[in-house]
Write a protein that binds this ligand. Structure first.
Ligand SMILES: [Zn+2]
Length: 357
């Protein structure tokens, strides 16, 4: 039995049908266009569905000169760019409109993810599997018998729902104790609500949550003190803002450090180790330095996707190679997508070749 940390990047969610960050606004627009009628019916009891649309359209008009009532074809900013600008601006001005736009962007993200996952679920082959996240958890935790912690940079609830649907309680790492499988979501989560009154994060049941919950923030009042709760979505570039959530996010990262420094093996799925993610890099570096195992660390990378070029693979492998300690055993599988790994993780774990970097 190994202690394993599975690191889930955007590519893992993509395997289960979620849009990438850069595709989010396009995906939202498609959901408004193609299935708008059904969605509007679905959300008919939620007056905020329409508000999200009009606020988002206004935001694109004011900030990017994109007129969506005129044409739906546009070169959209990434989710992080859009939210980042408002994050910083809100910090200076705290304007009501800034907050309104921010809420609309987060709600549109939830709607986009939900709609794309619905599309994925209707695919014939996929219905049998249900979710690659689920498959991985079954194969790794049950059949493999490993002790597994999950780290994720994703806001969606694919890993959460996979764990809950198998009756496994989740430990999000908000405290030092906690029970269940650790799922440490380093950049926040769609089902987390923060209460500025008592400084606590509450995670709503992931299996039930839908975008409905994110459409109207004023509906979420803290059970404890009655304050209006806020979402907890922290794009990586604006990570310094995590202090606004009290000690909760710091503890999530401390738990991540603890899990990484105890790991025999880190399995990185759907993550290309981008230059900008300096907080993730620092976390990894500190955990290498504070390593509590005597054997060399094994790092496996699974990040295959359609159309990935040889040049991309070479550059990605190089990013991992130059950053990791030279006594680490790197098993770089740039061709193997998350779904392939999820089907037979043990085969890949057994097949790791020796030899350090
Ligand atoms: Zn409260």
């Amino acid at each position: 039995m190994e202690r394993i940390v599975v690191f889930l990047g955007a590519g893992a969610s993509k395997s289960d049908g979620a849009p990438l960050q850069k595709e989010l606004f396009r995906a939202y627009m498609d959901s408004v266009d193609e299935s708008g009628e059904t969605r509007e019916r679905y959300y008919k009891n939620n007056p905020f569905y329409k508000n999200v649309k009009s606020d988002l359209f206004a935001f694109f008009d004011v900030y990017f000169g994109i007129n969506l009532s005129h044409s739906r074809e546009a070169l959209f900013p990434t989710f992080e760019e859009a939210l980042g600008v408002l994050e910083v601006e809100g910090g200076y001005a705290g304007k009501e409109t800034v907050r309104k736009y921010k809420d609309a962007i987060i709600a549109s993200m939830a709607l986009a993810i939900e709609s794309q996952l619905d599309n994925k679920r209707s695919e014939q082959n996929y219905r049998i599997i249900d979710s690659y996240h689920k498959l991985l958890i079954e194969n790794l935790c049950d059949r493999g018998g490993h002790q597994v912690d999950f780290l994720s940079t994703n806001y969606d609830l694919l890993a959460d729902n996979a764990l809950l649907s198998q009756g496994r309680p989740i430990n999000y790492g908000f405290t030092d104790q906690g029970h269940g499988i650790r799922l440490l979501k380093l950049h926040g989560s769609m089902n987390w609500l923060y209460c500025p009154g008592c400084g606590r994060i509450q995670a709503t049941g992931a299996a039930e949550i839908s975008a409905n919950n994110l459409l109207d923030f004023s509906a979420h009042k803290c059970e404890n003190c009655g304050s209006v709760q806020t979402s907890v979505i922290i794009p990586p570039t604006y990570f310094k803002n995590f202090v606004q959530y009290g000690d909760n996010i710091r503890r999530v990262w401390e738990n991540a450090y603890e899990a990484l420094s105890q790991a025999d093996r880190i399995i990185i799925c759907g993550y290309s180790f981008p230059h900008a993610d300096i907080h993730i890099k620092t976390l990894l570096k500190k955990s290498e330095q504070g390593r509590k195992r005597s054997t060399p660390l094994k790092v496996s990378v699974f990040n295959g996707y359609e159309g990935k070029s040889g040049e991309e693979k070479r550059k990605e492998a190089y990013r991992y190679l130059r950053f990791l300690r030279k006594d680490t055993i790197l098993d770089y599988q740039g061709d193997i997508p998350f779904e392939e790994f999820a089907k037979s993780p043990q085969q890949y774990i057994d097949g790791t070749q020796g030899g350090t970097i």
